[in-house]
Structure formats: C-alpha cells, structure tokens
Design a protein around this ligand. Sequence first.
Ligand SMILES: [Ca+2]
Ligand SMILES: [Ca+2]
Ligand SMILES: [Ca+2]
Length: 335
Amino acid sequence: MRIFSTIRKTAGSLLLLVLSLPLSAQNSPYIRAVDEYVPAPGQFVNSLPELSASDTPETAAAKCTSEIGGKEGIVTLGGYGGYITFHFDHPVVNVQGAYDLYIKGNAHEGSSEPGIVMVSQDENGNGLPDDTWYELSGSADTDSIGRVDYDYTITYTKSDLQDVPWTDSRGNSGVVARNEYHNQEYFPLWLPSPLTFHGTRLPDNGFDRSGKGIYWVQNTFAYGYVDNVADSIGSCFNIGHAVDRHRQSVHLPSIDFVRVYSAVNQQCGWIGETSTEVCRAVDLHPTATLIGPVSASPARLLRIFSLDGRTLQHVRRGVNILQYTDGTIKKIHIK
Ligand SMILES: [Ca+2]
Ligand SMILES: [Ca+2]
Ligand SMILES: [Ca+2]
C-alpha cells in the first residue's frame, strides 16, 4: 500500500507552512537522554541499573542515560506502573503510514512482559516532559474489549527487605513477592514511599503450563507493546496510533518525548512479577522533515470523507479527505 499526501490550510492567507527541523542530517537515531526513571517495585529494581538510597531522581535518570542512551543496555521498569521517559536530539516525525519508533525489550518465547508506549509534544516549550501524554493504542484495545482497565491506580508501600505490599483502585491488594534469586531491596531506594501509579492495565497474560507451579508462560499480545515479542517488526511503533484519554485518535505531526510503562499487574509464581524491560530505542527515520501546519496544540482528526462528500468510517483505497480540528484538510491517495 503506497500513500501520498498533500496538505493545505483552509483558512487564512498562509496556505502552506514548511518547517525544516534543525540539522536533520546530523540527527542521531538513538536516545539522547533519559528524563525520568520511576520504576515500580520489582526483583531487578536497584540493580538494573544499580541505584541506592543516595541517588536522586536526577542521578537515577542519568544512570539510565548511561545504560541505554545511544547504545543498547537494559533498564527494568518493575511491576505495574513503573515507567521511563526519554527523548532524542530532535523531534520524532510521525511519517504517515509508517512505523516511527523501534523500542527493544528483552522478550523471548513465553516471556512477554508488555509495556505501553506513550508520546507527548513539548507543548509549553520548556524542554521538560510536563505536557499532555497520549498512549499508542495496542492490540488489547480491539481484541480484549471489556478486559482492559483504562483507569487503574495502584499504590506500593515500602516494607524494608520484605514483600512489597500494594493496594489498587478496584479494592484488591497483594504483594510484589521476594524470591531467592534477588536479595536486594525491591522498592526503589531513592524514591519516597508510598508510590502511586495510574494508567491502563492490560489483562493478565501469565499461566502455569505445568499445573505444578514449575513452568510459567507469559503469552504474547498481538501487537503494540514493548517487551512483548523478540522480533523487530513487533517492536516497532506508529505515532499514528496515538489516542487521547477518551481513547479517541489524535493526529500528532511529531513528538518530543516517549514514555514506556509496565502494563500488567501479575505475579507468576517463582518467576515473580511481570516487569517490562527497555534495552534501546531508535527513531526509524531521523532525517525525516516535518511538512505541514504547525500549531501549539495537536490537532485531532475530525472527519474522514470521500471526494463526493460522503462521511467514511475508515480510510479506504482511493481518495480520502481527512479533516482536522484545526481546520487542516489532508488528501490521501491509497493505492
Ligand atoms: Ca507514523
Ligand atoms: Ca514541556
Ligand atoms: Ca522482560
């Protein structure tokens, strides 16, 4: 399927604004820096990367930059809700009809620990990830309807060198259980207790295949999550899948920050909590140039219609007219 697009502005005298992102030929495809590292408790926390009570949010982020900035390493996000936020040395352009990001985890056969990807634009221009976040919709949104909790909150409380207790917004409670393989504190030592996380909770994917507690398997989701599959294509993400908090599609021409968070809350016997790992991230087209209208707030897709004016539910082969909330009209030819 090949896609060609043209963009024009429907109102005002400025018909076309072309923005060339700075020094695109020198853009690095790899993570420039980690902004935030806030893991939930987990068996690899405080060791991947190594951190202690003398660390701060700033030094924790810097150590993650050393681990996965510009190269491949590994950072654990711990149990449900734990997250990492990072940026590149340029905005990542949302190339239409194409994947934009590759984010590698350490998934392998039977070990899928899905993390949800979020993206944001530096709307207030302060260089900090303190703006509106959008999730990239994954397969559970369509194949697990009724089994995804889109408004899930969990709170963990530190209990020195003990199982870490949690309570959630559905009245449940439990622990991130310690095991014999990892003896360090499982609660992130440089962060205050209690720790609360909020987001989308994916359905549990783990089960004991042996029935004896010996052989735990964490099933793969169809698409759209970090640390879910080992192959490259399954670890690619399209900014075009961004949705707002009402799960409505959002058109983002480019993004400035990426966040990944652990999206399952489950314990799988002796293998422990399900925790997303992030090993590296790559902008798949670092030299892409953004061409189009630029607005302070992202425009949302308002309507799709055909050349003869009929409203369409989805884009289809032929000519599609896309109308956005900022008045932009985009014509797409799909062959
Ligand atoms: Ca894209
Ligand atoms: Ca900002
Ligand atoms: Ca993993």
